[in-house]
Structures are given as C-alpha cells and as structure tokens.
Design a protein around this ligand. Structure first.
Ligand SMILES: Nc1ccn([C@@H]2O[C@H](COP(=O)(O)O)[C@@H](O)[C@H]2O)c(=O)n1
Ligand SMILES: C[C@@]1(CO)OP(=O)(O)OP(=O)(O)OC[C@H]1O
Length: 163
C-alpha cells in the first residue's frame, strides 16, 4: 500500500524571534512568528504526513489556542504525528520539500535539516529525504522578505511492494 500527502505552510518574518527551519536554528536578523516555534518546513512535512494518513491537519492535532503548544518544538509535533503513521504500519517512502524564501540563504543548512528530518521519520537512507530552497525572484510576500513558505510531499509505504 502506498499513500501520498502534501503540506503547505507560511509564517511571517519578524524581529525578535529565532529563525528555526527544518529543526535548525539559522542565524538571521529576523525569525518566524507563530504560536509554536513556527518551523514552517516541519509544519509542511507534518501536514503532508497527516494528509497521507487521512488525519486532517496540524491545527486539528495541535490547536493554536492551546497553551500546551505555545512555543512548542515542531520536531516534537512531527515525531508525534510520525508515531501515528508507525502505529498504522507505515514506513517512509520518501519526502520532498521546498522552502520558499528570498533570505536567508538556506543551502548551508540543508544537510543538517535533512539529517533532522531523516531521523524523525526513521529514514533508512538520507536520499529518502530531499529539501530544496527557492527565492521568488523578489516577487510577492516571500520576495519582499515578509514571510517564508514551505511545501512538501510525503510518500508512505506499508507491506511488501513489488518493483
Ligand atoms: N532562501 C534561499 C533561496 C535559494 N537558495 C538556493 O539558491 C538557488 C537559486 O535560487 P533561485 O530562486 O534564484 O532559483 C536555489 O536552487 C537554492 O539552492 C537558498 O539557498 N536559499
Ligand atoms: C503549530 C501550531 C500549534 O502551536 O501553531 P503555529 O506555530 O501558529 O503554526 P501553524 O502552522 O499556523 O498551525 C499549526 C498550529 O496549530
């Protein structure tokens, strides 16, 4: 059995917040605003896993008016959702994700993000996790540096698959 899911998230860039993306704290003059640590990439991946499982979205599982999730570590939220996938017998096929940001430069931090995500999703090989980044050529809210977006697709696999 194969299931796919997709996720998309946006957070505003503001002063006085850490810039945490893919579980990695990136040195930058601004950070992402949210109820949790606002890790836009992990939120998109979490939503993709939930989508593949047919279990709604991140806000349904971790409401943004629940004090329990104030400044929550989004890696813990992803790990919680991944446990739901494991309970249903799924393992990771692959995950592919794109960070949409004019700045900061993500490339130096992507290998570390891949490591974090691969560990959280029990990947057997790091090639099962791919993270990309793109600017929007200074167009739109991401291009103006007002926020960062991320999107992801996830493929979950259960049982034996013939090639
Ligand atoms: N925030 C970002 C955006 C992009 N990159 C890397 O730069 C390459 C070129 O981006 P374009 O949007 O101009 O196509 C892209 O392929 C990424 O590798 C980045 O590191 N951080
Ligand atoms: C993660 C949660 C919960 O703390 O809050 P935010 O950090 O605001 O993130 P968002 O992507 O808007 O939605 C999910 C939320 O319920």
């Amino acid at each position: 059995m194969i299931r796919i899911g997709q996720g998309f998230d946006v957070h505003q860039l503001v002063e006085g917040r850490p810039c945490i993306i893919g579980g990695v704290t990136i040195p930058y003059e601004k950070g992402l605003l949210g109820h949790s640590d606002a890790d836009v990439l992990l939120h998109a991946i979490t939503d993709a896993v939930l989508g593949a499982l047919g279990l709604g979205d991140i806000g349904k599982h971790f409401p943004d008016n629940d004090p329990a999730f104030k400044d929550a570590d989004s890696l813990k939220l992803l790990e919680h959702v991944w446990a739901l996938a494991q309970e249903q017998g799924y393992r990771l096929g692959n995950v592919d994700a794109t960070i949409i940001a004019q700045k900061p430069k993500m490339a130096p931090y992507i290998p570390q993000m891949v490591e974090v995500i691969a560990r959280a999703l029990g990947a057997e090989h790091q090639s099962q996790v791919n993270v990309k980044a793109t600017t929007t050529e200074q167009l739109g809210f991401t291009g103006r540096g007002e926020g960062i977006a991320a999107q992801s697709v996830v493929c979950l696999v259960k049982g034996m698959l013939s090639s």
